[in-house]
Design a protein around this ligand. Structure first.
Ligand code: ARG
Length: 464
């Protein structure tokens, strides 16, 4: 069989394609997952062709029925894409023609695979963005519920991973809520820019048929149509934006994972991940490993890699479509899969995690987390902060040397460091006071944190 017999574009070719090129060129193994969106786009395009008078009503009906039948057969597994097919667009068209005959060849009128793939990817990403935004809502809910389970617990807040100041466990976890809330916002922004309909742009210069692009947008549920046909077929910003937002989300998940790994170590013991979300060791019988958190941290690497891969593919491409762009599929699909899997497993892991308030309290009491409060106490008595900081530092050194905690010091010991100390200092260095002193908006006092918790729960109820 000559090449001209088996390829949709083979008219101008005299030689058969080298088998290696066929294999190298094909994207069907990956883009077959777009078949639903591809068919959906084709159905809308058929309706637009009919409205433009390019297809008769009867022809349009037959094509649409054929496309629906093809979709059913693919979904049921009855129709398998042959590996000889280049991509999903060719495979669907070939299947359609196999079903309804030469009429199937009219479907591609006024369209190019260049605007077709841009459309398919936008349709696909919109669906996935909705799914990811809803999984993020479930994660935020799990974060807040976990925070609430630990309500009242105090833990050391850290800087440089050194104990710094006491904070409420709720406050610490709600920091992650704020991150995930921003992530949601980024995905919503991304949705906004993905929501543009490129069909009608043709190969790059637009279609010569009087296609009602707004009608296509309406049929396909898009809010807007793209403005420039050259941009429309060469733009992958919406994917880059998704990959960037996904990378930032993974950064947050990775940071939380890192904390869970540290907190579940025997050295910390702040939390215990449930057996159902831990794994064992094949050699050390005593081990219980936080694999879910570790893998999340690890998978962050591939999501970053996917972003860098596509940025690099796109960086020097001349307008408009270039085959390089076919390389957008693997990073896109892999990121969607990775993010969804991680979000799915992370929320229930948080829910099942045990919070050891006792261990956190012990850690908060040791390590002079109230040293700043000592300095602030002296500031209230009129000492400039810099000097107060120095006095508090000397007190800490004294305590370390004498194996004491600040709260154990006798009044004359305090006085030995500054005559400004009086009986009020005992109260000032109590953990509860250290916390509640920080009642500035956004701070860790019980009052401010409870108010934020209430507001956050209201946000979640509104579905945000
Ligand atoms: N498989 C191609 C891709 O994913 C579809 C567009 C191909 N266009 C072309 N002119 N070869 O990018």
């Amino acid at each position: 069989m000559t090449n001209a017999d088996n390829k949709l574009w083979s008219g101008r070719f005299a030689q058969e394609t080298n088998a290696l090129v066929d294999e190298f060129n094909a994207s069907i193994a990956l883009d077959c997952r777009l078949y639903r969106h591809d068919i959906c786009g084709s159905i809308a395009h058929t309706a637009v062709l009919e409205a433009a008078g390019v297809l008769t009503r009867k022809e349009a009906r037959r094509i649409i029925a054929g496309l629906k039948a093809v979709e059913k057969e693919i979904a049921s597994g009855a129709l398998k894409f042959s590996s000889g097919m280049e991509d999903v667009h060719m495979a669907v068209e070939a299947a359609l023609t196999g079903k309804i005959g030469p009429l199937g060849g009219k479907l591609h009128t006024g369209r190019s695979r260049n605007d077709q793939i841009a459309l398919d990817e936008r349709l696909y990403l919109k669906d996935e963005l909705y799914a990811i935004i809803s999984l993020l809502h479930a994660l935020k809910t799990a974060v807040v519920e976990t925070a609430e389970r630990g309500a009242g617990s105090v833990m050391p807040g850290y800087t440089h991973l050194q104990r710094a100041q006491p904070v409420l466990f709720v406050h610490h976890l709600l920091a992650y809520y704020e991150m995930f809330k921003r992530d949601t916002g980024r995905f919503i922004d991304c949705l906004e820019r993905t929501d543009e309909m490129p069909l009608g742009s043709g190969a790059l210069a637009g279609s010569p048929y009087p296609l009602d692009r707004r009608y296509a947008a309406k049929l396909l549920g898009f809010s807007r149509i793209t403005e420039n046909s050259i941009d429309a077929v060469s733009d992958r910003d919406f994917i880059l934006e998704f990959l960037s937002s996904a990378s930032i989300l993974m950064t947050h998940l990775s940071r939380l994972s890192e904390e869970l790994v540290i907190w579940s170590s025997q050295e910390f013991g702040f939390i215990e991940i449930s057996d159902a979300f831990s794994t064992g060791s094949s050699i050390m019988p005593q081990k219980k490993n936080p694999d879910v958190a570790e893998l999340t941290r690890g998978k962050t690497g591939r999501v970053y890699g996917n972003l860098v891969a596509l940025l690099t593919v796109m960086k020097a491409l001349p307008l408009a479509y270039n085959k390089d762009m076919q390389e957008d599929k693997a990073p896109l699909f892999d990121t969607v899969d990775t993010v969804k899997t991680v979000l799915r497993v992370f929320a229930p892991m948080l829910r099942g995690m045990k919070i050891n308030a006792g261990r956190m309290l012990v850690a908060t009491e040791a390590g002079f987390l109230n040293a700043t409060d000592v300095a602030d106490y002296l500031v209230k008595k009129g000492l400039p902060f810099r000097q107060a900081h120095h006095v508090a530092g000397r007190l800490v050194a004294y305590c370390i040397k004498n194996k004491k905690m600040l709260k154990d010091l006798a009044m004359d010991e305090w006085k030995g460091f500054s005559i400004l100390f009086d009986s009020g200092i005992k109260e000032a260095v109590a953990i509860q006071n250290s916390l509640n002193a920080r009642k500035v908006y956004g701070g860790t006092s019980i009052k401010t944190v409870s108010a934020r918790l209430k507001a956050v729960k209201a946000e979640l109820r509104k579905g945000l």
